[in-house]
Design a protein around this ligand. Structure first.
Ligand SMILES: CC(C)(COP(=O)(O)OP(=O)(O)OC[C@H]1O[C@@H](n2cnc3c(N)ncnc32)[C@H](O)[C@@H]1OP(=O)(O)O)[C@@H](O)C(=O)NCCC(=O)NCCS
Length: 154
């Protein structure tokens, strides 16, 4: 598996993967706007073709894991974990001390993945994610503290 840092030209690929993973997918323009925004970092995992992505945003020494998805056929093969681990080391090299994320309380697979990589639950937002014909679901806020390292180039 290859994991590469995405460029603006990868917006269509990420949009396609995102649409395959989420009910409300991001358009190519949404992804391009994200990639062009300050502090944006995106990784794409590929086997024979792109199978997964992770998007994050870095502000000073904090980062947010904004979105991650692996296409159905590529799941349960370690792609998600590899993406989060690569993101973690990339952010660590850039001087990030803590990574936050929000995950729906009913997303057991994502919560298990984040837990495996070292994220811990830090708070909960009630009724955060709307659900069609059902009560909104809480968001769990998770954090991962990274050991201090001088940012590369400093
Ligand atoms: C969450 C997601 C990214 C996981 O990707 P993946 O490539 O299948 O994950 P991995 O194969 O690296 O799994 C790593 C660990 O996560 C957990 N996990 C992953 N899928 C799981 C599932 N369906 N059920 C339970 N645990 C699961 C397991 O602990 C797994 O380790 P194991 O295989 O050794 O048991 C993928 O299921 C996905 O794209 N889901 C839809 C989008 C989404 O919900 N994104 C997160 C939004 S916050």
């Amino acid at each position: 598996m290859n994991i590469d840092q995405a460029q603006l030209a990868d917006a269509a690929t990420i949009s396609r993967l995102h649409g395959a993973c989420f009910v409300r997918g991001w358009s190519e323009r949404d992804v391009a706007n994200f990639l062009a925004s300050p502090g944006a970092i995106a990784l794409i995992a590929s086997t024979e073709k792109p199978v997964g992505f992770v998007l994050a945003r870095l502000v000073l020494d904090e980062a947010e894991l904004v979105s991650i998805g692996v296409c159905h056929a590529g799941r349960r093969s370690g792609v998600g974990r590899a993406l989060v681990e690569r993101l973690r080391s990339l952010l660590g090299e850039r001087g990030v001390r803590v990574i936050f994320l929000e995950v729906a309380a009913d997303n057991a697979s994502a919560i298990a993945l984040y837990g495996q990589v070292g994220f811990r639950s830090s708070s909960r937002r009630s009724h955060y994610y709307p659900r069609e014909n059902a009560a909104p679901i809480d968001a769990i806020v998770m954090r991962l503290d990274l050991p201090w390292r001088a940012p590369c180039g400093s």
